[in-house]
Design a protein around this ligand. Structure first.
Ligand code: HEM
Length: 457
């Protein structure tokens, strides 16, 4: 590895092991999952060095350390995804943009997730969730929740967000190509026939071709506030910012949005369903809240469209979603590179080293959460408000200038799913015990979580 300590800095290097040449500790990381970082953190401390996916890396845990990294964007650090991720997402993606270009692109994207836009997506998202739950309930066999939630979030992204009119068959083939893409986004950057990286490149090229076709065939509505989908809002927003998006930019943005939404939302949906199964009292309390707000009558959800304001007013629902995202944060952290040598927790982070800030480990080790391993939605109630102790103890959506752009949409989606589950479904665990969880690439149960859904009697 080329990255070495900064000799002009008196501070010691972080402790840690660099593993084997070239592959470093990638195999340990892959097989040990969450245990990899936890074991090294216990051995070496909150800031330790390792070598993953072809490069040396300093892994950072703890609210104060993470705050320094996230607020140091542009001054101490800048974005630095693994080479495979960077190449597969493309040069026009937000993930690969820095400085003014990133700021400008984010401004254009922000409108896609504004209140008005979310209000216009809401009935369509609700319909997709209802249809999916109907299909799950009509299946005589148990559902693999994680697998089906991936399909649901892909469906939401392609049909609702992007407004693509693709046939079931095309959707199926797009989904399978997309899975190949996602599976190889974090691969070793070795471009050989049959390597994961090559498979990822092939999947990306095929997706771009299909997306170009769908964009060219899509009727665009770019006038007025009555948006049909996010692509319309994106084009209008670009115009307002005096920018014309090229086809290549549109293709890369589209893949980036689906990618950002896909595994994260599927992971959170699965964790939500698992926690509602594990904690019937929480499900009951959600039902009581829906009832007291007039959304549930005689055990059935009221017909008619929900408004964004009614969803936002459901305070217990908000606590449940926050707690799911605290205990089962789908994204384990984010990658940066040090643009200058700086101090963190008494050690040096030398210029040029990759830095990964940890979300899940920071949640798991934060002292502000009482009984940190317990699923306790009330910790976010106005009376307890355990996350008031500073922003960086709770960061499922990251923080700073690169925080999640789709945070409001993801939260809305999860809330709508919870409302439909609490108000319109019966479901039971179909395995004898709850499955173990794996954390790579996102948190998910080993067997996908097998659940039998029933329609309401
Ligand atoms: C960035 C989490 C859903 C779009 C991020 C980051 C996190 C995150 C932690 C920051 C990564 C970093 O610091 O490098 C999540 C979680 C989700 C979710 C937990 C679901 C529960 C979504 C959805 C969309 C989205 C639904 C859009 C449709 C984005 C984008 C970025 C991002 C575009 C990059 C922002 C930038 O680089 O400026 N997300 N996300 N996310 N997310 Fe999400």
């Amino acid at each position: 590895w080329t990255a070495t300590r900064d000799k002009s800095c008196k501070l010691p290097m972080p402790k840690g092991s660099m593993g084997f040449p070239i592959i470093g500790e990638t195999c340990h990381w892959f097989f040990q999952g969450a245990g990899f970082h936890a074991s090294r953190r216990q051995k070496y401390g909150n800031v330790f060095k390792t070598h993953l996916l072809g490069r040396p890396l300093i892994r950072v845990t703890g609210a104060e350390n993470v705050r320094k990294v996230l607020m140091g964007e542009h001054s101490l650090v800048t974005v630095d995804w693994p080479q495979s991720t960077s190449t597969l997402l493309g040069p026009n993606s937000l993930a690969n943009s820095i400085g003014d270009i990133h700021r400008k692109r984010r401004k254009i994207f922000a409108k896609v997730f504004c209140h008005e836009a979310l209000e216009s997506y809401l009935p369509k998202i609700q319909r997709v969730i209802q249809e999916t739950l109907r299909v799950w309930s009509s299946n005589p066999d148990p559902i693999n929740v994680y697998q089906e939630s991936q399909r649901l979030s892909f469906h939401m992204a392609v049909r609702v967000l992007l407004g693509f009119r693709v046939s079931e068959e095309e959707m199926h083939s797009l989904f399978s190509t997309f899975q190949d893409f996602v599976e190889n986004v974090f691969s070793l950057p070795i471009d050989l026939p049959f390597s994961g990286y090559r498979k990822g490149i092939r999947a990306r090229d095929s997706l771009q071709k299909s997306i170009e076709k769908a964009i060219r065939e899509k009727p665009l509505h770019t006038q007025g506030k009555d948006y049909t989908d996010a692509l319309d809002v994106l084009l209008e927003s670009a115009k307002e910012n005096n920018t014309e998006l090229t086809m290549q930019e549109l293709k890369e943005s589209t893949i980036e949005l689906i990618f950002a939404a896909f595994a994260t939302t599927a992971s959170a949906s699965t964790s939500l369903i698992m926690q509602l199964l594990r904690h019937p009292a929480v499900l009951e309390k959600l039902r009581e809240e829906l009832q007291s707000c007039g959304l549930l009558h005689d055990g059935c959800l009221c017909q008619g469209e929900l408004r964004l304001d009614s969803i936002v007013s459901l305070k217990y629902l908000d606590c449940v979603i926050k707690e799911v995202l605290r205990l089962f944060a789908p994204v384990s952290g984010g990658y940066r590179i040090a643009t200058q040598t700086f101090e963190l927790d008494g050690v040096q982070v030398p210029k040029g080293w990759s830095v990964m800030y940890s979300i899940r480990d920071t949640h798991d080790t934060s002292a502000v959460f009482k009984d940190v391993e317990a699923f306790d939605p009330d910790r976010f109630s106005p009376e307890r408000c355990e996350d008031r102790e500073g922003r960086f103890h709770y960061l499922p959506f990251g923080g700073g200038v690169r925080s999640c752009l789709g945070k409001q949409l993801a939260t809305l989606f999860l809330k709508l799913l919870a409302v439909e589950l609490a108000g319109g479904s019966r479901f039971e665990l179909a395995s004898r015990t709850f499955p173990r969880l794996i954390s790579v690439p996102v948190v998910h149960p080993t067997d996908g979580l097998r659940v039998k859904f029933f329609g309401l009697d």
